[in-house]
Ligand binder design. Sequence first.
Ligand code: TRP
Length: 463
Amino acid sequence: MAKYSEIQPQTKQAPPREGFTSTLGVIAATLGSAVGLGNIWKFPYMTGQNGGAAFLFIYIVCVTVVGLTIMISEFIIGRHAGAATVGAYKKLAPGSKWYLAGTSNILAAFLIMAFYTTVAGWVYAYAFQAMTGSLSFSRPEDYKLAFASFTGDPWLPLFWQWIALAVTGAVILAGVKNGIERITKTLLPVLFVLLLLCDVRALTLDGASAGLAFLFKPDFSKITGVTILLALGLSFFKLSVGMGTMTTYGSYIDKNQNLISTAAKVMFSDTLVSILAGIAIFPAVFAFGFQPDAGPSLLFLTIPMVFSSMPLGQLFLAMFFVLTAIAATGAMISLLEVPVSYLCEERKWPRWQATAASVLGIALLGSTATLSTSTLSNFTLFGKTMFDLFDFASSNILLPAGGIAIAIFVSRVLSTKVIFAEATNNGQLKNHRLVTAYYFSVRYLAPIAIAIILLNSLGLVKL
Ligand code: TRP
């Protein structure tokens, strides 16, 4: 019997599909997806809470071994099929139940968007307030009060969540080339420059070195099983893998692009952005005597307090929140593209209709996450608010489960011939050693490592 994967995808009658137009376009779009609130919000507070440099070291190992492997695998599935998630599984494994892996990707995209747009809305609001100068108080407690009264209001955060969704929807509506590629190509350099300016400011503060030591001096006594789990989970979230974003983007990558080196460049740059964000934050936090382990509130309480108390603080605060808003938007674009491409390609909906329906669905579901800090603050399901539930279910269950499915699909359903053909561009690239290392990882290392996190999240194994 022919292996599923040997049945070539039938792309002949299909109408020409939009895709990314250049190497730079591919990097910009995928990096735009990877760089997000994960770098500027999750990464710094998790590093702060879990032992600084020691956590950073473990994170780098996880992202290099597991995150990168899954990213390459998603690229292979998407590009080989020439179809977004769901469609890709239907083409590569026709008649099987594998398309359900794609369906669960779409569910994950909705859940992530539901809480991600809440935080993105807060960031948009803070960027706006910082630019208009209304985010400056004299007493530290006032920042706490301001954040509590903003998130405790039912309407204002919803308004900003919808603005964030509308901006994302507009980019998606413009298409893969004119929307996703063009916007990420324009905005990523802006983000990078703003981040570097914030770094220079932070590093020139008196007392900056304590923050640097915190970020770069490893203390391995802090490393436990749980730290490793957190780092592995973060590496998935960071690289946007485990739920079909990169499968979908992979389907827009043309046959001449080098998949392994693209993924490696994105992983390297994404990690660099996380570290640069850490450099912008920690020296300032230490210089002004704040605690580095403030948790999720680091971004909305500590940062405004710290930045406002330094020279030129208002300017840098505005820059910092604008760059965070840019980062969040690139990530939301990639998340929204998952249901939209599915509705367009599999259900044959016009793009505007697919975009409008997805935005509306996310706005409805997402409003329950946004209201978790106000009207619905006492409403819990499985002991969690809707915000925490969406975050937990997607990051701790759906992403790792999706990651395992992807690793199994590539290494057990696709033939080795297909994997090597995709990863070497039909033998044109001389990267056989790398491909062999990747193959070992996708077949053994990555699925085993992910299975352990998943079992732990489900409470079946205790680390
Ligand atoms: N990587 C993004 C961040 O760091 C978030 C993100 C975008 C994501 N697309 C994703 C996470 C897909 C998981 C899956 O903020």
